[in-house]
Design a binder for this molecule. Structure first.
Ligand code: NAD
Ligand code: DAU
Length: 360
């Protein structure tokens, strides 16, 4: 049995990863450490496959004693680190929490594994792995003519969120270089799919459209993202963990670069097809251009040659098939939608982020 500590496993990607791993890998036990911030929910962990191999711990990655106790108690040999503050708009309004969780939290985890794995040598060194889940946003923003980012592209983060993720990547790398920590880092593009908190573009658009609310598009909607269906990301992480080269980074992405406006229009068209009797037909009529995000990155694009060539990974979903699955999931999980929407703070967030944005 492999004993895997998943941090942030009650959030969007973390909960999908827990589900994925329990489904495909009979030889793992998962300890899931999550602080249940506004972004994490036990609603995301209902109906897990084979739940006997999953233990949920409500706690903070910055709590060094707790993390040390978990490593010892469960003989953790693998850490998959998702826990983070993840929303760019929130990082612009309040960067302090991003430094605390993303930088200090990652540092705390690194110190605990250094003590347990590298100083005490509590487990065979060859059996331990620290997998750090990072983002393409560390690379900054691309001009239309520039080639996609490779693993060799220098970091140039633009938002407080991206800077905090870059800092945590650097810490992980430094622990590998200085102390010999066996680590892997994956930098992934925008994810979407089931259980994504409706502050992010795709779930926000679906949920607002269902209620006939405006669909806010920042600026001119011409920004470009590289969208990856979340289960493809989970598969890639597990592949890198098992077969990747220690001390290396791997880029992941969906090899599509639509504008934000195109994504919102695609969602509207899917909803038109799925809900022909909706009072809000055509859903495109709900689109509103609103004041832009400060410092908004214009274009992201990932060169995924390395992971394709070395590990044979490729996304299973196209943007079209992934969006169809995602809309279907939200329509079939309206009880999840209600529970998340009624969480304290969600309506307040919509007010804070959108009420003051002037229409463009
Ligand atoms: P999310 O915001 O949905 O979930 C984050 C989870 O971390 C939540 O469950 C939250 O409760 C937990 N958490 C936050 N602070 C914590 C703390 N101090 N201690 C313990 N748990 C804490 O985020 P996500 O979108 O699932 O992203 C997961 C990871 O993947 C992040 O590291 C993010 O930077 C990275 N990433 C995300 C995307 C994306 O498109 N969403 C793309 C690439 C990389
Ligand atoms: O690229 C990977 C990153 O993708 C992850 O590291 C982050 O954790 C994740 O939040 C995501 O960041 P983005 O800022 O790209 O995602 P978001 O869904 O917030 O926004 C996607 C694009 O849509 C972005 O250009 C901003 C725009 N947008 C977003 C919202 C919420 C809008 O136009 N309107 C909106 O209301």
């Amino acid at each position: 049995m492999q004993n895997v500590l998943v941090t942030g496993g009650a959030g969007f990607i973390g909960s999908n990863f827990v589900r994925y791993l329990l489904k495909v890998e009979p030889e793992v036990r998962i300890v899931n450490l999550d602080a249940l911030t506004y972004a994490g929910s036990s609603e995301n962990l209902k109906d897990l496959p084979d739940p006997g191999r999953h233990v949920f711990i409500h706690g903070n990655i910055c709590d060094r004693n707790l993390v040390a106790d978990l490593l010892r108690r469960y003989q953790i040999d693998t850490v998959v680190h998702f826990a983070a503050e993840s929303h760019v708009d929130r990082s612009i309004l309040g960067p302090g929490q991003f430094v605390q969780t993303n930088v200090v939290g990652t540092f705390t985890l690194l110190e605990v594994v250094r003590q347990f794995w590298l100083i005490e040598r509590a487990l065979p060194l060859a059996s331990v792995r620290f997998h750090h889940v990072s983002t393409d946003e560390v690379f900054g923003s691309l001009e239309p003519h520039e080639p996609a980012w490779t693993e060799r592209t220098p970091y140039a983060p633009n938002s407080p969120y991206a800077a905090s993720k870059a800092a945590s990547d650097h810490l992980v790398r430094a622990y590998g270089h200085t102390y010999g920590l066996p680590y892997l880092i994956t930098n992934c593009s925008n994810n979407y799919g089931p259980y994504q908190f409706p502050e992010k573009l795709i779930p926000l658009t679906i949920l607002n459209a269902l209620e006939g609310r405006p669909l806010p598009v920042y600026g001119d909607g011409g920004q470009v993202r590289d969208w990856l269906y979340v289960e493809d990301h989970c598969e890639a992480i597990w592949m890198v963990l098992r077969q990747g080269t220690l001390g290396e980074t791997y880029n992941m992405g969906g090899d599509n670069q639509p504008t934000n406006l195109t994504v919102v229009q695609m969602l509207c068209d899917i909803l038109d097809q799925r809900l022909p009797d909706s009072a809000y037909m055509p859903h495109r009529s709900l689109i509103r251009f609103v004041e832009d995000r400060p410092g908004h990155d214009r274009r992201y694009a990932m060169d995924t040659t390395k992971i394709r060539r070395e590990l044979g990974w490729r996304p299973r979903q196209s943007l079209e098939s992934g969006l169809l699955k995602t809309v279907a999931w939200y329509l079939n999980h309206l009880e999840w939608v209600t529970a998340i929407r009624n969480q304290p703070g969600y309506q307040a967030w919509l007010e804070i982020n959108y009420a003051s944005r002037e229409a463009q």
